[in-house]
Design a protein around this ligand. Sequence first.
Ligand code: BG6
Length: 504
Amino acid sequence: MTPTPAMERPGDPCTVVIFGAMGDLTKRKLLPSLYNLRCHNLLPKDFAVVGFARRPLDTAGFRTEMEHALKSFATLPVEPGIWADFESRIHYAKGEFGDPEAYRSLTSQLGQLAIEHQTRGNLLIYLATPPDDFGTIVKQLGAAGLLTESAERWVRVVVEKPFGRDLESALALNAEMRTVLTESQLFRIDHYLGKETVQNLLVFRFANGLFEPVWNRRYIDHVQITVAEELGVGSRGAFYEKTGVTRDIIQNHIFQLLCLIAMEPPSSLAAEAVRNEKVKVLEAIGALTPEQILQQAVRGQYGEGFVQGTKVLGYRQETAVAPTSRTETYAAMRLNIENWRWAGVPFYLRSGKRLAKRHTRITIQFRRPPLLLFREAGLDTIEPNRLDIDIQPEEKITLRMKAKLPGPTIRLKTVDLDFSYRDFGEQSPATGYERLLYDCMTGDMTLFHRADIVEASWRIATPILDLWASLPAREFPNYAAGSLGPASADELLNKEGRRWVNPE
Ligand code: BG6
């Protein structure tokens, strides 16, 4: 990660408390990210980490586990000098999430560490646990007095998605959290918003005068957002069975991309100004009726196939997946944003696992220009301009245009104007969590979901999920692993005279 100017000062002194400290997220992302922030001098010098988990371990044992994890998952070289200092700040707390006694002993441990590491009592509490545990943990923290802020100290709680599994459960979870926390203490993290190109969307739109005047229904025919993965569900079958792609990717990551593309310019880059504009986009989408859902949304599940030449299992054969599973591993939908800027411009969204090629791309398809001038040259149809914003694996922006091929007759060729993040030179490898953790330590909530954003997202996704649950898919599996997805997704666009833009 290359620090941006806004990230030049270290975060505030604090203790980071990680619940679920023996889990994958801690080992693969949180620990390597904290280490990277330390290497970039963005961690406060007064700093400690406490891992809270059920496993019977002591601090020495936990440090050994963390050292192994860092050696496996660090994105920067592990420097012995830096690690020695970092390690001396790592501590362990053993406990059951529902046991009040464990929180009493955590409170006294945190009190001592605040003095030892001079953290001013600031606490960054990260819930890297299954969402079913969120309610129990925050209630216990609240009862132990660990969530109370004062003029001298802040307490922030980070929660991982999913934030509920439908509108009702999201409302209940938000209400439960609010009994012990204020909204300004709650950082709902979405790792997509930590990606460089995603952060660049606001800069691209609002720091360049060129695009904003054409960024509307007069010039844009439609927008596509694709999050395609080559990976299957791997060892997460049990989780995925209850989740599916709509809850896992579309309701959060894709809806956030859509907000950044469609929002009005905020009055400032302050967190509330940006989040106010995002929620307006979601509110302008409105819930689809059952008839609209049948017309505008399709689902799929992968069967066996070949991904990049390797034979892979179908979803129903994956570990911990039911042989008759109806869970969707692919979904595509058309949404309309009913406001002055976007009325009549379809937004087509799709995501799936086990597709031909990993790529996350936003495509802005401009309208066709009037072609009168080129008819005589036999050119009745020309592809209109297209802007592709690639988020991964490559990070680049490409504007497709037409140019005349050299020669005596008029012959047109599509040419690309492009900008790649590689042009900025070698980036320091990162996990993608650094920016987000740093923002938690400085209290910047811009990249985090606010309660009303989560609820507005579920208002759109829940009717689709409910209808699908009441009409279980009969045709699953309906796409082969390694393909571009089910035929019904192509049909969704073809029937409107459009085509998906697939990776080259
Ligand atoms: C996570 C999902 O939020 O995002 C995973 O739970 C998915 O299922 C992952 O694989 C994709 O993230 P990325 O950054 O690899 O696109």
